[in-house]
Design a protein around this ligand. Structure first.
Ligand SMILES: *[C@@H]1O[C@H](CO)[C@@H](O)[C@H](O)[C@H]1NC(C)=O
Ligand SMILES: *[C@@H]1O[C@H](CO)[C@@H](O)[C@H](O)[C@H]1NC(C)=O
Ligand SMILES: *[C@@H]1O[C@H](CO)[C@@H](O)[C@H](O)[C@H]1NC(C)=O
Ligand SMILES: *[C@@H]1O[C@H](CO)[C@@H](O)[C@H](O)[C@H]1NC(C)=O
Ligand SMILES: *[C@@H]1O[C@H](CO)[C@@H](O)[C@H](O)[C@H]1NC(C)=O
Ligand SMILES: *[C@@H]1O[C@H](CO)[C@@H](O)[C@H](O)[C@H]1NC(C)=O
Ligand SMILES: *[C@@H]1O[C@H](CO)[C@@H](O)[C@H](O)[C@H]1NC(C)=O
Ligand SMILES: *[C@@H]1O[C@H](CO)[C@@H](O)[C@H](O)[C@H]1NC(C)=O
Ligand SMILES: [Zn+2]
Length: 464
């Protein structure tokens, strides 16, 4: 009985799986005809748990009719430029070459800063951002201030773009993008960047609820404006929209200051990048500099380049300096200054406070679906899939994101538990039914059954 019940349950389970899988074959479609335009939006410094702590009604409306991923593991270092380039390339910083806000390349003997990021495309050319690939496959793209989108990377800027200018309002950025989308049907990919809530997080610290409430209300109003514009221009049901961020934010304090001058004479090294991951280029004796820095402070780790942990994927690039210093969460590295920002990011990418979230809406996405987590480098293969272009080599995986898509069949944990419980109930019912029927069947037609029953009677405790 038990084995056949299990087999039945298994058959029921596998037929359900087969049915759901067969469902997606009917979705076989003319790839080029079915491609919707894609809009990728980043709100700088939008920490994942702001979603739990602040009302954000427009964002909630956006993902309740779409998908939400609670948190993303982003890339080290958890700064703006490295992470925005990872989002559009699927590569860790060591592989795309934008490793920090300030970098020194010893081979070129040149220094990069976010303030002059567009002067020389050579810094960006180690990778191919998705807009270049989309253009190479014959479509157009449009960008509003996404880091790097005003640089002629591999000799191509997006088809339509704006020179970076923080003074251009969110509304003007959205109006330009939606105009380009409406006027030119060949535009397949658009990218949009906004500086908040990062600015407020740095200035007041993420623990300042009053200031963060104001900043996040504005961000949410901006999301509302974006949705309303897409609706009024007839794009809302046709466009796939991904809203995400580059990193989170953590509270800093003047009580958590690490002053390098207390440990080492500043003339012995060049500080290429400061906090919370300092890039140190020793001028003279490397091991002398390293020894002083490694003993400097209990809330700061010093690594020789070769010993940087593999999990950080931050080693294989000439633009990483011989020594890096990594501050613990909430600590600030300076040479001697006493002022600091009350909020900062850049710390270890395994810290939850450094993680952003992802929400998406559009014809390709499920409605009301939620996933706990994937890596931010996984967004790139997802976007390639949505746009029907082939992926460049990257560090992400489409398989971790595919369950967000309406066209993919996915058994989530809840359905698996449901199926198992369902099968057990069927099994139990059948067992009971079988026992019941066996006990009720008239004995006359089955001599052996009578014999069994008589044996059973012998075991009847009533005899005692
Ligand atoms: C069906 O789903 C499988 C696995 O999820 C996927 O590889 C395949 O491309 C899908 N087929 C269609 C026709 O969408
Ligand atoms: C797919 O759509 C394109 C563009 O609309 C069309 O040129 C092509 O013939 C279609 N292919 C198939 C197999 O239907
Ligand atoms: C690097 O460039 C600077 C000027 O920017 C120059 O003074 C220095 O000598 C150069 N170093 C090397 C090794 O070429
Ligand atoms: C970019 O800025 C950095 C840091 O301020 C500076 O050292 C470098 O010379 C600048 N590069 C160019 C090309 O202006
Ligand atoms: C938040 O920032 C405001 C403006 O600077 C300040 O007045 C207030 O004391 C801060 N609140 C906290 C809790 O730090
Ligand atoms: C740092 O080293 C330089 C050069 O060796 C020296 O002139 C200076 O006095 C030193 N500063 C301190 C604070 O020791
Ligand atoms: C560098 O410093 C270390 C430790 O202080 C010392 O043992 C070594 O001899 C120095 N090397 C050079 C080349 O000065
Ligand atoms: C990331 O992807 C690049 C390109 O495929 C590859 O060269 C690199 O080794 C990958 N990094 C890791 C840690 O797998
Ligand atoms: Zn940022």
């Amino acid at each position: 009985m038990a084995p056949s019940g299990l087999m039945f349950a298994f058959a029921a389970w596998s037929s359900m799986v087969t049915i759901t899988q067969a469902g997606n074959e009917s979705h076989a479609r003319n790839a080029s005809a079915a491609i919707s335009p894609l809009l990728l939006v980043s709100f700088d410094g939008f920490r994942a748990d702001y979603l739990e702590k602040y009302p954000l009604p427009n964002l909630r409306e956006f993902y309740s009719d779409g998908v939400l991923v609670d948190h993303l593991t982003n890339v080290f270092i958890t700064k703006t430029f490295p992470n925005h380039y990872s989002l559009v390339t699927g590569l860790y910083a060591e592989s795309h070459g934008i490793l920090a806000s300030t970098m020194y390349d010893p081979v070129m003997n040149r220094t990069f800063s976010v303030h002059n990021h567009s002067i020389d495309a050579v810094w960006w050319n180690e990778a191919t951002p998705i807009w270049v690939s989309v253009q190479n496959s014959g479509y157009k793209t449009a960008a509003a201030m996404w880091p790097g989108s005003d640089v002629a990377i591999q000799n191509k800027t997006p088809t339509y773009f704006m020179k970076y200018d923080s003074k251009v309002s969110f509304r003007d950025r959205v109006l330009s993008l939606t105009d380009w989308l409406v006027r030119d049907e060949a535009v397949r990919l658009t990218v949009l960047y906004w500086e908040e809530p990062d600015n407020t997080g740095h200035t007041y610290g993420p623990d300042n609820v009053t200031e963060m409430t104001k900043a996040l209300k504005e961000v949410d109003d901006n999301i509302g404006f974006l949705m309303q514009q897409l609706k009024s221009k007839g794009l809302w049901d046709k466009i796939n929209v991904i809203v995400t961020s580059d990193h989170g934010m953590t509270q800093c304090s003047p009580d958590r200051l690490i002053q390098l001058d207390k440990c080492l004479n500043a003339s012995t090294y060049t500080l290429v990048d400061e906090t919370p991951v300092a890039a140190v280029l020793p001028r003279t004796n490397v091991s002398l500099v390293f020894n002083s820095l490694s003993k400097c402070h209990s809330h700061m780790k010093a690594y020789m380049k070769t010993d940087i942990p593999d999990r950080l994927h931050y080693k294989n690039n000439v633009r990483i300096q011989p020594i890096i210093l990594v501050a613990d969460e909430g600590w600030t590295i300076v040479q001697n200054e006493k002022h600091l920002r009350l909020g900062d990011h850049g710390y270890d990418n395994s810290l939850p406070s450094m993680h952003p979230f992802l929400a998406a809406h559009g014809p390709a996405f499920r409605k009301g679906y939620r996933l706990p987590h994937f890596n931010s480098v996984d967004i790139y293969p997802l976007m390639c899939h949505l746009l029907g272009i082939s992926e460049k080599p990257n560090n992400g995986s489409f398989s971790s994101t595919r369950c967000l898509l309406a066209s993919e069949s996915c058994l989530d944990l809840a359905s698996i538990i449901g199926i198992v419980i369902g099968s057990l109930m069927v099994l139990t019912t059948l067992t009971c039914l079988f026992i019941f029927i066996r006990n009720r069947v008239p004995n006359s037609s089955r001599p052996f059954a009578r014999l069994e029953l008589q044996e059973d009677d012998d075991d009847d405790p009533l005899i005692d």
